[in-house]
Design a protein around this ligand. Sequence first.
Ligand SMILES: NC(=O)c1ccc[n+]([C@@H]2O[C@H](COP(=O)([O-])OP(=O)(O)OC[C@H]3O[C@@H](n4cnc5c(N)ncnc54)[C@H](O)[C@@H]3O)[C@@H](O)[C@H]2O)c1
Length: 321
Amino acid sequence: MKTSSIKKAAVLGGGMIGSSWATNFLWKGLPVHVYDINEEALKTARTRIRGNLEYLVSKGILKADKMNVALGLARYTTNLEEALKDVQFIQECALEKYETKQALLKEADKYASKDAVFASSTSGLLITEIAKDSKHPERCLGAHPYNPPHLIPLVEIGKGKKTSEDTVRKTCDFYKSLGKEPVVLQKEAMGFIANRLSVALYREAVDLVMRGVCSVEDVDRAVNYGPGLRYALMGPNLIYQLGGGPHGLTGIMTHIGTTVEAWWDDMADWKRWPEGWLAKAQEGVNQEMANRSPDTGRTNEEIVRWHDDGLIELLKFLKKL
Ligand SMILES: NC(=O)c1ccc[n+]([C@@H]2O[C@H](COP(=O)([O-])OP(=O)(O)OC[C@H]3O[C@@H](n4cnc5c(N)ncnc54)[C@H](O)[C@@H]3O)[C@@H](O)[C@H]2O)c1
């Protein structure tokens, strides 16, 4: 595993994503300052972080005595100056609004160490725009996690126009030292990589249901018990490489390439949600949940727990835990 020069981190915004990032840092032994403008949010963050760490203990991933050490490494504050003291890495997790993130970064510039990296968890805002009023745009980048960040390894690194390569390298080394999988975008792209791929698949899922080809439940089953199982282990290019046997990706694409082009001609390319989709999707997914076997959960809360249990088994297999 990579080593990192980061010895203390701050998480700005202690909501769902901030609490999860803080869990990840603490679990790996890094002192963390959790900052929020709202006292109540900080209380919730404290409870969430404890709950996340207790869950890791219950799964045998973290020893109980290490959990107490981890909890002792956290400080909670509504004072930004205090939050940024002696911190080399800032994981920003505040509201998804340019005004909020820009103002927070401008304020953080006053107190942050001269070498601190500012990594925004933004799901879709441009880092160049977030950092436009910063005194140090070269030390700002996007670091988009997948929820929950303390379990899912992917972090998409987005460079702004002024982000330095040194900042990118330092950030990647830091995340790698935590066992994450940073992927660097070489250009700014709305939705980054993973969400673009997710919504490309989802458009076709919606279209298949709206055309009457299959139900909401069956489209989910088709993904879940087919390609989804493979995608947990490898990406689409490697899947096609293996699918081509001795001839690899080139072989299979030469073989089925023209057929795939005919599918593309027939597939959805609309840009606005079809009318009636939401009601149909909600009704279908309610039915799907009711049809699940009780041991895999039927409510949102039960299914999340079942999902996290399964994720942990997969991550162990992938040697990510
Ligand atoms: N929810 C997801 O699945 C997900 C996934 C990846 C990335 N993100 C991104 O992570 C960020 C946080 O999302 P979330 O889901 O945790 O939101 P959230 O609403 O749960 O938390 C936001 C927190 O920010 C605090 N806050 C607001 N203004 C602030 C300020 N000026 N300074 C400090 N704290 C402030 C709020 O009090 C709140 O506690 C967003 O940019 C979001 O796009 C979310």
